[in-house]
Ligand binder design. Structure first.
Ligand code: FE2
Ligand code: FE2
Length: 474
């Protein structure tokens, strides 16, 4: 169970470590001032129907109640320790899982934790303004839930930094509050977390595509031989599932509404669809292309000696490592990666150890494809002949073997001029963004009401009706 009587709720017996407790109590006001500054705009006095963790068991960990977000019980929750757990891969396979940071891996581990930690406040910053244009109280509550949980994910990583990395860790924890998404001087570490999230379609795409990258990274770290990291990631994953639900169902509801309007009015030209105040499927496809390609870059280079190192050292595993049936050292295994040679894309076999980024990206793509298939079903059920497709893996990439090449949606290698001529057939144009934003000029806040461009969800939150007062504005 989680102890909420302490200033910092936790299930790690924080009260017994006075030095750590003081260090975190020192960081807490800095965190809150970051929240007041960069958290959801003008929301600090709202009472929001939020879930809070009451236990770390996978079932029934949440309690729902109205809470002002600055008073959310951010805290430190780790999955309980399994005394028998071992390092399950790499050269230390079979050793007891580490309860402390092995000296030789200290700086790599710190880097891994900081890179993960940096994404959490970044997404809150990216979504800061969206509450002002929400399509309903239900959706407003959902974005706030995502935001407070990303704040808690930051807490999770900061705990590890404070607890296991001494002064360096404390300095890194301060820097996590100092960087800003999109800032020219002090940006967030990873590219996708510096892109703006300018509207609700972008928000749902982000939570579908980019929070799912979060899931895969957390899954790989949940396999770590460094047990406290594994345990904290396991609990974070239970929160991540909700973020991806918000994204997938959000896009699905937008598609559904567009299809309803197309069917009712027997129209299919994008201009006619827009004239009725919904988002044309072509624009949805362009947003999809953008978020997919930008998120693929987050997995890093196709061939990476760092990735090999992380694995061999037992720090970062594969997706579902312990369920895989092989030697868990990958000594002789090979894995296919793509590369551009002249005017062709070739596949070549490389040592699987060096291709772990690519492998995680491929696992991710498989799950993404299944989600896109579910969106497609909404279109098919409406009887509309439109296909949503994932772009070629090399499309619009800035990291890895495709970087610097101009690859079309379907995987042809083009010249820069040829590619540029199609840029806004494939990616959202300034006009697309301004159209989408024109639909979202204000907040829809009447009970049970939804903006015209999105269908209501199938059900409310925690068994509540759709016309429930999910947010009280005071
Ligand atoms: Fe997160
Ligand atoms: Fe998330």
């Amino acid at each position: 169970m989680i102890n909420y009587t302490e200033k910092i709720p936790n299930n790690v017996d924080l009260g017994r470590d006075r030095v750590l407790q003081r260090a975190l109590e020192h960081w807490q006001p800095a965190y809150l001032s970051w929240w007041y500054d960069m958290g959801p705009n003008e929301s600090h006095n709202f009472e929001v129907y939020l879930r809070t963790a009451i236990s770390v068991e996978p079932d029934g960990w949440a309690q729902f109640d109205y809470i002002k977000m600055p008073e959310y019980r951010w805290g430190i929750f780790l999955q309980p320790r399994d005394e028998k757990r071992q390092v399950n891969f790499g050269i230390h396979k079979g050793q007891p899982a580490w309860q402390d940071v092995p000296g030789e891996y200290r700086s790599i581990l710190r880097r891994i934790i900081v890179t993960q930690g940096d994404t959490e406040p970044a997404s809150v910053e990216q979504q800061k303004m969206l509450g002002l244009s929400c399509p309903s109280l239900y959706d407003l509550r959902n974005i706030f839930q995502v935001n407070v949980e990303e704040g808690r994910h930051l807490w999770a990583m900061v705990y590890l930094l404070h607890r296991y990395f001494g002064r360096d860790g404390r300095e890194e924890a301060e820097s996590l509050l100092a960087r800003r998404s999109g800032d020219t001087d002090n940006p967030r570490i990873l590219g996708a977390f510096n892109e703006p999230t300018p509207d609700w379609l972008a928000f749902y795409m982000f939570t579908f595509f980019t929070d799912r990258d979060g899931k895969f990274q957390l899954c790989a770290l949940a396999e770590s031989g460094f047990d406290p990291l594994a345990r904290t990631c396991r609990f974070m994953l239970t929160e991540e599932a909700h973020h991806m639900f918000v994204g997938e169902s959000g896009v699905s509801r937008i598609i559904q509404r567009t299809c309803e309007v197309m069917k009712e009015n027997k129209i299919d030209a994008p201009a006619d669809v827009r004239a009725l105040g919904v988002i044309d499927l072509q624009t949805i496809q362009r947003y999809l292309n953008f978020h997919y390609s930008v998120t693929l870059d987050l997995y890093g280079s196709d061939v990476s000696s760092n990735a090999a190192n992380y694995y061999t050292s037992g720090l970062k595993g594969r997706f579902r490592e312990t369920k895989l049936e092989d030697d868990h050292t990958l000594r002789d295994a090979m894995y296919p990666v793509s590369e551009v040679v002249g005017d062709k894309i070739n596949t070549k076999q490389v040592p699987a150890l060096t291709a772990l980024n690519e492998r995680l990206r491929d696992d991710y793509i498989e799950e993404i494809q299944a989600g896109v298939n579910r969106w497609q079903r909404v279109i098919d059920e409406a009887g509309i002949p439109f296909r949503l497709t994932l772009p070629h893996k090399g499309f619009h990439r800035e990291i890895g073997n495709f970087a610097g090449h101009f690859i079309s949606l379907t995987g042809e290698i083009l010249t820069e001029e040829q590619w540029k001529a199609h840029e806004f057939d494939w990616l959202p144009s300034p006009k697309d963004y301004s159209y989408v934003q024109s639909l979202m000029s204000g907040r829809v806040a009447e009970l049970g009401k939804f903006a015209n461009w999105i269908a209501p969800p199938v059900k409310g939150v925690n068994g509540q009706p759709l016309d429930f007062q999910y947010v009280r504005f005071n």
